[in-house]
Ligand binder design. Sequence first.
Ligand SMILES: [Zn+2]
Length: 156
Amino acid sequence: MTPEAQQSHPVPAATEQDHAAPSSAAGTNLAAEFQAAVSQYLIRHRSILDILAKLQETSARVQRAVSRAVTECGCLEVHAQRQQIPQGISYWEMRAHVSTHLSGSLCEQCREVLEMELGHNLFYLTALCEALNLQSDDILRQEMKRVTTLGVFNLT
Ligand SMILES: [Zn+2]
């Protein structure tokens, strides 16, 4: 990671207790707390244009981290082929027949890198919410509801 990138991703310390979740949030939750921290620490890349660019950049870094686990480390392998789905089964039964095409598992080092990159991606995703006055906890709640109530239709 470049020094610039590191500087732009301060890990929100758990010391700013006075900077709590937005007052509109019912009770404390992690997403709201995180968004408040992002708002506080996002200084240099506060422009919507910077946020959009960083969101894409960090997303690419997530993909790169997974690729590196395969191509450089080797702790993961990808053996991809057409999904073999029996005819006439239900959508829910498909789950038992579709593959991730992955074998192996993340080693400690690759896991650390990927978790860090995912964290940075979440940071800018949350920054996008903040810049547009959207509440990430509301979005999470709505999506959770969609996934659990409309699951099949929403995800196909
Ligand atoms: Zn690895």
